[in-house]
Design a protein around this ligand. Structure first.
Ligand code: KIV
Length: 280
C-alpha cells in the first residue's frame, strides 16, 4: 500500500501497468476511515446507501441532500482514496445544465473528487457537460439499478448478442465523452473482458468476472450487514450482523440481570466523600 493520494491519473497508470484497482462503497465517517486506512483506491458514496443505510426499498427515492450528507461524512474521513459521489436518480437526466449544477454541489459542498452517473447513450450529454465543467465522471453500464427497477428488474445484462453489442458501444461512447473509468455491473465475464481490452480507461467490475481492471463491492454486502437482497456476485467476507446482534443481546442480558455496569465501569469517589454523600 502506498500513501500517495489516488486520482484519475493514478488509475490510468494502474491500468497501464496491469495493477488491479480496488473500490468499495462507504456512506459514513467511521466506515470511510477504515476503508481508506485499508488502502482501498476508490470509495464510492453509492446511492446503494439509500437502501443499506437509509432503508429505502430501491435507490429511486434517494435525494441530492441525502447523498450530499453521506458524501460530506465520507470525505471528512478520507486521506488517500479518491471519493466518487453517485448522482442520484433524476439529478442529471433532465438537462445537462442541471447535471453540472448537481455534480458541482458534490465537489464544492461534498468535497468529492468525482461523480458517477448510470447508463450509456442517454447519459452522454450530461457526461460531456460535467466533464467540460472540469469534474471527472465515472460511467456505469450493464445492470443500472436506477432504471432497471422501473423496467425489467435487477437482472444480468448482455447475454444476447445485440444487448452485448449495445453495452460495448455504450462503454466506448462514454470513454469518448470523457469518462475516466466505467463500472460494469452484472454482465458476462467474456463481455467485460472484451470491453476492458477495447477501452483505454479502466473498467471496474461488479458481477463482471475477473478480467476488469478493478473490482467493487457494496461494503454492507462484504461485511454481511445487508441481507434483504443478495445478488449472486457479492462475496461476504464477514458476518457483522451476527457480531452486532450478539453484542446487543449480551448488553441487554447484562443490564436486565444487573451485571452491567459493574465496578470497572462506574466512577468512584474517595471514601470520606462517599460516606458524607450516603449520610445525606
Ligand atoms: O450505488 C452503488 O453502490 C453502485 C455500485 C453497485 C457500483 O453503483
Amino acid at each position: 500500500m502506498t500513501s500517495q493520494t489516488v486520482r484519475t491519473v493514478t488509475l490510468q497508470e494502474m491500468k497501464r501497468k496491469g495493477r488491479k484497482i480496488t473500490m468499495l462503497t462507504a456512506y459514513d465517517y467511521p466506515m470511510a476511515l477504515l476503508v481508506d486506512r485499508a488502502g482501498i483506491d476508490l470509495i464510492l458514496v453509492g446511492d446503494s446507501g439509500g437502501m443499506t443505510v437509509l432503508g429505502y426499498e430501491t435507490t429511486i427515492p434517494v435525494t441530492m441532500d441525502e447523498m450530499l450528507m453521506m458524501t460530506k461524512a465520507v470525505t471528512r474521513a478520507v486521506k488517500r482514496s479518491m471519493v466518487i459521489a453517485d448522482m442520484p436518480f433524476m439529478s442529471y437526466e433532465a438537462e445537462p445544465a442541471e447535471a453540472v449544477r448537481n455534480a458541482g454541489r458534490f465537489v464544492k459542498e461534498g468535497l468529492a473528487h468525482a461523480v458517477k452517473v448510470e447508463r450509456g447513450w442517454p447519459s452522454l450529454p450530461c457526461v460531456r457537460a460535467i466533464v467540460d465543467a472540469g469534474i471527472p465522471v465515472m460511467g456505469h453500464v450493464g445492470l443500472t439499478p436506477q432504471t432497471a427497477v422501473l423496467q425489467e428488474g435487477l437482472k444480468v445484462q448482455g447475454r444476447g448478442r445485440d444487448d452485448a453489442r449495445r453495452i460495448l458501444e455504450d462503454a466506448m461512447a462514454l470513454e469518448k465523452a470523457g469518462a475516466f473509468a466505467i463500472v460494469l455491473e452484472a454482465i458476462p465475464g467474456v463481455l467485460a473482458r472484451v470491453i476492458t481490452k477495447r477501452l483505454t480507461i479502466p473498467t471496474i467490475g461488479i458481477g463482471a468476472g475477473p478480467d476488469c481492471d478493478g473490482q467493487v463491492l457494496v461494503i454492507h454486502d462484504l461485511l454481511g450487514l445487508f441481507d434483504r437482497f443478495v445478488p449472486k456476485f457479492t462475496k461476504q467476507y464477514a458476518d457483522l450482523a451476527k457480531v452486532i446482534s450478539d453484542a446487543v443481546s449480551r448488553f441487554r442480558e447484562e443490564v436486565i440481570e444487573c451485571r452491567f455496569p459493574d465496578a470497572a465501569h462506574t466512577y468512584s469517589i474517595d471514601q470520606e466523600t462517599e460516606r458524607a454523600l450516603l449520610d445525606l
